[in-house]
Design a protein around this ligand. Sequence first.
Ligand SMILES: Nc1ncnc2c1ncn2[C@@H]1O[C@H](COP(=O)(O)OP(=O)(O)OP(=O)(O)O)[C@@H](O)[C@H]1O
Length: 513
Amino acid sequence: MTHLKTLYLERNRLTGQIPDLNLASLGAFNVSYNLLNGSVPEGLRRMPASSFLGMPLCGGPLGPCPGEISPAPAPGQALAPGAHSSSSGGGGGGGGGKKLSGGAIAGIAIGSVAATLLVLGLLLLLCRRCGGKGYNAKDAAVAEMALKDKEVVGAPNGYGGYGAARAAPALAPAAAAAAPAPPSGGKKLVFLGPGPRVYDLEDLLRASAEVLGKGTFGTTYKAVLEMGPVVAVKRLKDSNLPEREFRDKIGAVASLDHPNLVPLQAFYFSKDEKLLVYEYVSMGSLSSSLHGNRGSGRTPLDWVARSGIALAAAKAIQYIHSTSPKASHGNIKSSNVLLSGPSEARVSDHGLAHLVGLAAAPTRASGYRAPEVTDLRKISQKADVYSFGVLLMELLTGKAPAHAVLNDEGVDLPRWVQSVVREEWTAEVFDVELLRDQHVEQEMMELLQLALDCAEQYPDKRPTMSEVVVRIEEIRASSLGSGERRRQQNGHETIESADRSSSMISELQAVGF
Ligand SMILES: Nc1ncnc2c1ncn2[C@@H]1O[C@H](COP(=O)(O)OP(=O)(O)OP(=O)(O)O)[C@@H](O)[C@H]1O
């Protein structure tokens, strides 16, 4: 393809050296963020440095390779007229084509050797310094993960619907920018908790990765490790915490241990990359279950499932609150409630709001955010209770907070529920999929009342999470009781009708049928 004008091959996993492409028409060329090495071939040295980012290449726009003298003189031009006019002490200057004197040749030879030694010395010095600080293979490898990005698979992209969005491979540029001096040499994955250490950073980076979604705190990947395990990896953005503080806060997150919390397995810290590795919860989030594809082939969440999920999430938040009066989750919402069984759930992202810092604290989560949280430092336990109330409303109505806007005045989910309820206690507020469970209407009303109590405007009026747990347990027990009663009633009716039919048979037999 000798007429090729544009060739963009960046962000692949091309290895080896760049072949010397003889493409005279080539005007635009880019092989950045591959796994190439060696020197930029002669035919491509006219390209800018930005064509070769993120790789340990040399030559041409990237500066001389070891042993090369910069700028590399073009053949035949080294001794071009005027080039050495000042070094012509031996009479070597003058017109082109003239032969050099022996002294000039000796001078040039000595000069070249001295320059080569100087360059080598400088390179050696640089390499020594690089020991822990220079180009970091791990950071570059971390960058590879981004190169494996695939399309978002049915994951909700925040509040704007469920369209598949392409993840921006933001990792690679960060690592490339870090190449000169990231201070993370030799860093490893730090494992937390007693779980088995069956993989390391290299395994993680070799794993096939798929973007699950982009959230407030970064991008989350599903990584399938070669040896089998599947994990969720969150690449934090905007976390500028110093390492020590980061580690302390991670330690606090890792110390939380509850069956309804998604465990943090490991983390990776470098100046430019912070990765959190979680257990992968395979049944997806409550958000995608409620608002994802509602077409055929989907099992709708019934009352038992929804009330079970509500209880599981409530228990997780209650547990976080029990660890200290100031402890809170800070980002309760349906995409952070992951389904681990038909009516079981686990809460994720605990502690992240505190880990990432205030700059990146949830702004999009306003549908769940308590009205008093104007200052993000005031994410209190009562603010969690408010968010949980909104989550309960979402479970009962099937509406996502930001989608519940009825008109341009911006009515939010709690206000909408309040207004419907104020009119009259009507079944219209409930998700149609829930209305199939007719025997639990009373309990659905009670759970809705609890949701409204949690979403009270004034924090003091909201219940504590312990109270919330108790109330949900009571409501569930009552609904399971009424379900049982109903089943028994049905059974009774069946027995009665069986009795009737047997007597009918005997009557028919009596009349000689
Ligand atoms: N451990 C996990 N297992 C399975 N899926 C997960 C896991 N952690 C997150 N996800 C899913 O990945 C997607 C992106 O999650 P992420 O936490 O990055 O963003 P979010 O929940 O949408 O927003 P936020 O960052 O505000 O919490 C979500 O759909 C979430 O449900």
